[in-house]
Design a protein around this ligand. Structure first.
Ligand SMILES: NC(=O)c1ccc[n+]([C@@H]2O[C@H](COP(=O)([O-])OP(=O)(O)OC[C@H]3O[C@@H](n4cnc5c(N)ncnc54)[C@H](O)[C@@H]3O)[C@@H](O)[C@H]2O)c1
Length: 432
């Protein structure tokens, strides 16, 4: 342990990052910027060769930085997992999706752990960062690593640290967001906390990997539940003829005990729609049903269907149907100003509009094409002519680059699921 602490203090510790996506690449780049030599591991050959050519494919990581860091030999990538042996610290940042039946799919963690097991050596620190259910680190990863014959907390160290990266967030980055760390024992926790102190100003230590794993699920479930609350309120307000946006804005003037959440077309990404299911699944092992959490997920899941019903109602008032109407959807990313469409509610909305026979197109400045129901759609340009030729424009994502005034001015009918047109008084605007 002392040896690794010394290597870290001299920045001689070699850092390996398995999984170079939205989480792994920014983490790798941050450690490299601090002066640690970082080697990324990914099964995606394209990502590996891009990084070795000094090119970033993640918007939050600048290509100039990757270029500079690879020139200084501080950042490189490989798909040769045998090189894991050479690393002193190994981060696991692989995906944790769910299956069709909404059960956790930790197969990526298992395959990364297999690679580590095959290459583990004495003195290494392994830190799992993928979001997962409480127990993954010590019930899944640890037994696999022990099969190597090495002993935990003596020969190798193991900790969980939740990832809090928020793609597209310019205010909070790795650099100013505290890290939470829970190791198998105080030794692993201290080692991991010590390492993180080089890239973040505050490290909060908890007593176990399980506490750290649950901390991440609490953070995301908190968002899921609060978003579901305002989504439900939006549905009620719609029936009562009350503007939900005005109500939330008014409640937000209370300086204590209230935090605004905003309704929308549903939740997307790989965290908020996924993580509550990880927790509910694990809870069942303890004969516990997480009713509150599952209800929130259910309400959020209903929202894309509700948006389609709003479009149908809005067109109906103009004596039109979705069938054969030209509908333009704005935004397929799962949230504003990012290029990630995973689990986006827009996908579900587009699928349903196609099923209803809409003449559908979309625009997203960050996502040039999407595949929906086997058909590839290309982002169309947002010209006045295109807007005015649509029967309905659906604002599904509030990308900052959208000029809402222009959009409202040139469209015939707008269904606004993000409340961005709420200050524009126009009969053309239908608000969630
Ligand atoms: N993206 C976010 O905003 C965010 C935020 C917090 C937590 N998380 C969590 O972090 C984890 C990673 O998410 P992400 O968004 O970076 O995913 P991602 O899909 O962007 O990146 C994962 C990378 O892992 C690689 N990979 C998969 N299996 C591998 C293996 N066996 N060996 C090596 N590489 C492998 C993939 O090729 C990919 O490049 C997930 O658990 C996610 O829930 C993500």
């Amino acid at each position: 342990m002392q040896e690794l602490l010394e290597k870290i203090s001299k920045k001689e510790a070699k850092i390996g990052v398995i999984g170079l996506g939205y989480v792994g690449l920014p983490l790798a780049a941050e450690f490299a910027k601090t002066g640690f030599a970082v080697l990324g591991f990914d099964i995606d050959k394209d990502k590996v060769s891009k990084l070795n050519d000094g090119i970033s494919y993640i918007p939050d990581v600048q290509t100039e930085d990757v270029h500079e860091l690879s020139k200084k030999n501080l950042l490189s990538a490989t798909n040769d997992f045998g090189k894991l042996k050479e690393e002193d610290v190994i981060f696991i940042c692989v995906p944790t999706p769910f299956t069709k039946a909404k059960a956790p799919d930790i197969s990526y963690i298992i395959s990364a752990s297999e690679q580590i097991k095959a290459n583990i050596r004495k003195g290494q620190l392994i830190i799992l960062q993928s979001t997962t259910y409480p127990g993954t680190t010590d019930e899944v990863v640890l037994p696999m690593l022990k099969e190597s014959g090495l002993k935990e907390e003596e020969d190798f160290f193991l900790a969980f640290s939740p990832e809090r990266i928020d793609p597209g967030n310019k205010t909070y980055t790795i650099k100013n967001t505290p890290k939470v760390v829970g190791g198998l024992s105080e030794r692993s926790t201290r080692l991991a906390a010590n390492l993180f102190s080089y890239i973040t100003p505050e490290v909060y230590q908890v007593s176990s990997p399980k506490a750290a794993e649950l901390c991440k699920l609490l953070e995301n479930t908190f968002r899921s539940v609060n978003i579901a609350l305002v989504n439900e309120l939006a549905l009620l307000c719609n029936r009562m003829g009350i503007n939900v946006w005005e109500v939330i804005e008014a409640a937000s003037t209370k300086p204590f005990g209230f935090m605004p959440f905003w309704p929308g077309p549903g939740v997307g990404g790989h965290c908020i729609p996924v993580d509550p299911y990880y927790l509910s699944w694990k809870a069942r092992e303890y004969d516990f049903s997480t009713k509150f959490i599952e209800l929130a997920a259910e309400i959020n899941l209903l929202m894309p269907r509700y948006v389609v019903s709003m479009v149908a109602d809005a067109l109906n008032r103009q004596k039109k149907a979705i069938n054969d109407s030209k509908i333009l959807l704005l935004g397929v990313a799962f949230k504003k100003d990012i290029d990630d469409p995973r689990n986006s509610p827009s996908e579900a909305i587009m699928e349903m509009l196609i099923e209803h026979g809409a003449g559908l197109s979309y625009n997203d400045p960050y996502i040039p094409s999407v595949k929906i129901k086997g058909k590839v759609f290309k982002s169309v340009s947002l010209t006045k002519e295109n807007l005015s030729s649509q029967d309905c424009v659906v604002i599904a994502v509030d990308h900052s680059s959208y000029d809402i005034k222009e959009i409202v001015e040139h469209s015939q009918l707008i269904v606004d699921t993000r409340g961005v047109a709420r200050k524009i008084i126009s009969p053309k605007v239908v608000l969630l």
